[in-house]
Design a protein around this ligand. Sequence first.
Ligand code: MRU
Length: 366
Amino acid sequence: MTVDGKPPRPIWLDEKSGAVRIIDQRRLPHELVIMELAEVTDAVRAITEMAVRGAPLIGVTAACGVYLAVRRDPGDPEAAARAGRRLKAARPTAVNLTWAVDRMLAALAKKPADADPLGCARGEVAAITAEEVANCRRIGEHGLTLIAAIGAGKPNRPVNVLTHCNAGWLACVEHGTATAPIYAAHDRGIPVHVYVDETRPLNQGARLTAWELARHAVPHTLVADNTGGHLMQHGLVDIVIVGTDRTTRTGDVANKIGTYLKALAARDNGVPFYVALPSSTFDWRLRNGIAEIPVEERDPDEVRYVQGHADGAIRRVLVPPPDSPAVNYAFDVTPARLVTGFITERGICRATEADIGRLFPEKQSH
Ligand code: MRU
């Protein structure tokens, strides 16, 4: 997969300069702009302002942020820890951020005293990135079995998948989570068609998922956010697959605002609702998602304004009356009881603590 001849990942280390480069996702799909992150501050800002977004990519970016701190100050043993605190505060919901920072700090803490800290930080960024890529590839292989099974029951007709937000390679480095089974099915010649929720307020579905799928020639149709229930009532959705920013050990799922409503509609219509995630997105400390997962509240102007492309430039326009207040919850929590199952790198399981624990026995509470 190439992106206009440019690197096919949303983040990479520039070997020559030692800086980090990202695709600025705020400008997609209309402009493909590469940004450089040279300092921790750049990484924090890229996460907060959503130049990078999506749980696994936020984690990889945070790991790169720790690496940038070590690069700036290799002689200061506290530099990485200070950077870690700033990075962890950049966005509250995706647990991959904390997970990646803690992994970087642990790698630095246990390196031999005479080992080069920069080499250690760079090595750990590479390891985290490679693991996330491999995990997403496996999620694709496991999820493919679900799509193939549905496809076997409707020969010569596409399997209709509904997805919300962008849980594609832009959110994850490669493959994506929710999109990985879709790409795997498409690549194996299983006819698949995707209903893409636009995903207000920032339109990650309309801007990013539609762009990804179009570039991979996956048939798709963009729908307004509130269309899913209607589609399901008319038998037009075979399976819902979404990603997640944080999932409790009991199976409660935080994901982009609006996911919960899709899960309710799916349950009412007997449509299977799957959540695809790598193990870095489980928060093994939490049991009650609604009470315990922090839900980010962002600038209300993201709700009040819509961004698009007109007259050769990206522009923002105001939709409501100028004085109407707005509130912008970025995520919601879908209770485990509405989730048919999880697609993880280790296989598929039901959304119960016992079943999740069977896939990840080392995380079982004793
Ligand atoms: O606010 P965003 O764009 O970072 O939200 C992203 C999502 O909600 C994704 O569905 C989630 O991170 C899973 S990405 C594989």
